[in-house]
Design a binder for this molecule. Structure first.
Ligand code: ADP
Length: 372
């Protein structure tokens, strides 16, 4: 049976960016999301307005589509289990998500299948603490929220006491030389497609830029491709997965984080690849042949447009200036309010080589962050 309606749990920009691919593949998107002004409401055939962890709403969603997928991982797996037992088709499945949603469980799983990870422990087991360390909320962290780089015991105490988080993961501070990422897709019959490895640049734990392809050796690129294959095959995963990694000075690679969904490090694929991560995800969950993940330009840089003030503003003039840059593609998520650090949009610029990355990224950032 061909899949015509895909249910998406979550209605943020990741669901919104599936729209063009859905239209191309003649697929309707039914979205479950809490707010009327969430980005994907505008592109959904139908919306169920409910929090993403509301399994009763997901039961309704499931009656309106052939397959249910996820645009974020803040779901309640236990509450969804009876739906899967009743035959609701989740892609990726709940079993695949189960070791990934809690960062401590995720690290344990990666270690168990033999992938390299930073040294880690629960907060309780990590004592006596070695500083600096990285403290992470085990669940519901995103864009650096819930990740703290801690240099002394007093600060650790303060964060643990003040945060409204009950369980933490503690890990070694990794002195990486570069952060890398790879997007990989697996279809129900086990076909795997990987995108070129990219460099990601974070400030204060938030992604600012993504550079495709990363300037790394063939050995490192191969090692990362192998990590992606091993992970997706071990999980028997279906759909797109984002894998974030640390590159060390001795060329060792450690896996930082797995996102069981489309990922910010793959936004460049919308314009720089034949088949975007969003189309690839829909192809995988609908059991269609996977698309071509090759770059169609020698290089690309993606710059996030992050909120720098509290405001209600559509920043039209800045967006027009950005769109006027050569080979630039501007995406605006149409969020109604801007907040410090909030992802409001992104720009991808296709380039003749990675040599131009720094100059072009600075140009984008000087337009976007200019105070008028
Ligand atoms: P999130 O889920 O919020 O994206 P991450 O675990 O990916 O959180 O961390 C965000 C950023 O924090 C990383 O991209 C990296 O820059 C930094 N970071 C995370 N873990 C470590 C670590 N163990 N050592 C050094 N830096 C880290």
């Amino acid at each position: 049976m061909s899949i015509k309606r895909v249910g998406v749990i979550g209605g943020g920009q990741l669901a919104w960016m599936m729209a063009t691919a859905a239209e191309k593949l003649d697929i309707e998107l039914v979205v479950q999301t809490p707010h009327h002004d969430d980005p994907a409401v505008a592109i959904a055939s139908e919306t169920i307005f409910a929090p993403v962890d509301d399994a009763t709403a997901t039961a309704t969603l499931a009656t309106r589509c052939n397959v249910v997928t996820f645009e974020n991982e803040f779901v309640d797996l236990k509450a969804l289990a009876p739906l899967a037992d009743r035959g609701v088709c989740f892609r990726p499945s709940l079993q695949v998500l189960s070791p990934l949603l809690d960062k401590y469980h995720q690290r344990c799983y990666l270690q168990q299948i033999g992938l390299p990870v930073p040294k880690f422990a629960t907060l309780e087991d990590a004592a006596p603490y070695q500083f600096p360390l990285v403290l992470k909320s085990r669940r519901h962290g995103y864009d650096g929220q819930g990740t703290f780089i801690v240099s002394d015991a007093d600060t650790l105490q303060q964060i643990v006491a003040s945060a409204s988080i009950d369980t933490f993961l503690v890990e070694e501070f990794v002195p990486f030389v570069e952060e890398l990422a790879i997007i990989a897709a697996r279809s129900p019959n086990g076909e795997i497609v990987t995108y070129p490895v990219v460099e990601t640049q974070q400030k204060n734990q938030v992604c600012h830029r993504v550079i495709a392809p990363a300037e790394i050796s063939t050995e490192v690129a191969t090692q990362i491709q192998e990590i992606a294959h091993k992970l997706l095959n071990s999980l028997q995963a279906v759909g797109i997965f984002g894998i974030e990694l640390f590159l060390l000075s001795d060329r060792q690679v450690l896996v930082n984080e797995i996102a069981p969904r489309t990922h910010n490090s793959g936004h460049f694929t919308l314009d720089a690849c034949e088949c975007s991560q969003f189309e690839q995800h829909l192809r995988a969950v609908c059991d269609l042949p996977l698309g071509n993940a090759a770059l169609r330009a020698p290089a690309a840089v993606m710059v996030n447009l992050l909120g720098y003030e509290d405001a209600e503003n559509d920043y039209l003039v800045k967006r027009q200036q950005l769109a006027a840059l050569p080979n630039a593609y501007v995406y605006w998520y149409d969020k109604k309010t801007s907040r410090l650090g909030r992802k409001l949009g992104h720009v991808t610029v296709l380039l003749d080589s990675t040599k131009a990355v720094e100059k072009v990224a600075q140009q984008v950032e000087s337009i976007w962050y200019a105070q008028l």
